[in-house]
Design a protein around this ligand. Structure first.
Ligand code: F6P
Length: 418
């Protein structure tokens, strides 16, 4: 991984989905191992001045409000720079940054601190999309707590108009940028050279603003599972076959013939057999194969302790970074799953992934925003479908134990450990 430090500066009128995209980007980069943090200027404003500023506060000719807004934005930017200067790799500065002067100021300050800058602008002129955004997210914001939704919508529209009076979209004079237009239908990248920026562009290209669900399932019980052995390429047991039938019924009940799910498996027999009864085309991806346990493949954990005690201890000490001799680490698995994430993000249909314990932990960590350190310890039980429904500001989760062997009533992991 390169050592570049980067400030991503969001740009765009209110209600264009900046915070949603900024959060997704932050989650994606953190998952890949880049220490990333999002700084939302709206939250700074609410913390300093309290919620509830009406549209007049955003009037560009309101000098006293302008002064307060400048100070709050500068404070947030200094926090971004302090974070990137310490442990951070990417700081995301989430504000409107709608004028050229403002952007030039931000860029100068970042460069003076020694960091690269990438502008990410969201452009959308579709009144229906904007209206839906305002109603779905803005009227629920702290700014409008206790305010009638109709009045909140009117005020927010007036706020947008204030910004429109001074808005200057990004152009070539702004340096490096990505412009995402009309919900990703057009993406323009300007002067993107670095590896990190290229990854960000690829991710934004793949991202679709859709609410489709993602189902994560491990394969049904395999012969190796029943013997407590790891890895291998064994077949399903009869309990595993029963689960495969249950999974197929679950998919039929939860999907729509007009939008059949995209079904992805690994190239190992146990996932292919598990997906076999599902009456839709399947794609087997090597990227979904289980973490390669190298010299320990085929052993039980007790045998590993006996034959490779030092390896066992090293893994227990740092499960994320530990790489089996001749095999892989969780970090390796996360890197190879990047292309699968793009595939899932691109899909407008529901997605079913039938894979393995370590792989599903890594995918689950991406969707639920768990830190890489927590990822190897997440709960990914057999014979259970994890249904993940991405929402504008997070991801909802439901678990369906589809017996046999599924753990019932098991508590879900509690709060996020970042
Ligand atoms: O035991 C099933 C399994 O999928 C193994 O093939 C794999 O090595 C293991 O889980 C990964 O889990 P952990 O990282 O906890 O050892």
């Amino acid at each position: 991984m390169d050592n570049q430090k980067l400030v991503v500066v969001m740009v765009g009128l209110p209600a264009r989905g900046k915070t949603h995209v900024a959060r997704k980007l932050s989650r994606y980069l953190s998952w890949l191992g880049y220490r990333t943090r999002l700084f939302n200027v709206g939250s700074y404003r609410r913390a300093r001045l309290g919620p509830g500023q009406s549209a007049e506060f955003f009037d560009p000719t309101n000098e006293s409000a302008n002064e307060a807004r400048r100070a709050i934005s500068a404070e947030a930017l200094e926090d971004v720079l302090a974070f990137v200067g310490r442990e951070g790799r990417v700081g995301i500065f989430d504000a409107t940054n709608t004028t050229r002067d403002k952007r030039a100021l931000v860029e100068r300050r970042c460069r003076a601190a020694g960091f690269d800058v990438l502008f990410v602008e969201l452009v959308c002129d579709d009144p229906i999309v904007i209206e839906v955004n305002v109603r779905a997210t803005k009227t629920l914001s702290q700014d409008y707590e206790g305010v009638d939704p109709e009045q909140a919508t009117r005020d927010f529209r007036a706020r947008i108009e204030q910004y429109e009076r001074v808005y200057e979209p990004l152009d070539e004079s702004d340096g490096r940028f990505v412009k995402v237009m009309d919900l990703g239908q057009t993406v323009v990248a300007h002067r993107i050279h670095g590896y990190l920026e290229s990854r960000i562009v690829a991710f934004l290209l793949a991202s679709r603003p859709t609410r489709r669900v993602v189902w994560l399932s491990r394969h049904g019980e395999s012969r190796f599972n029943s013997q407590g052995r790891i890895g291998g390429d064994s077949e399903l047991t009869s309990a595993g076959q029963l689960y495969a039938e249950n999974l197929s019924r679950f998919v039929a009940q939860h999907s729509d013939a007009d939008a059949p799910p995209l079904v992805l498996t690994s190239t190992l027999r146990r996932t292919i057999q598990t997906a076999e009864p599902i009456p839709y085309p399947k794609t087997a991806l090597r990227a979904l194969d289980e973490l390669n346990a190298g010299v320990c493949d085929g052993l039980t954990y007790a045998q590993i302790v006996e034959r490779y005690p030092n390896e066992y201890t090293s893994r227990a000490e740092d499960k994320l970074r530990y790489r089996y001799p001749g095999g892989e680490s969780y970090e390796d698995v996360i890197q190879r799953l990047e292309s699968v994430i793009w595939e899932i993000e691109r899909s407008v249909r529901p997605v079913l992934v039938v894979a393995h314990q370590a792989v599903n932990r890594a995918l689950y960590a991406y969707f639920m925003d768990w830190s890489p350190e927590v990822c190897p310890h997440l709960d990914a039980p057999l014979h259970t479908v994890l249904e993940l429904s991405p929402q504008p500001y997070g991801c909802e989760e439901r678990r369906y134990p589809l017996g046999p062997l599924a753990p019932r009533g098991q508590p879900l992991l509690g709060g996020r450990q970042r």
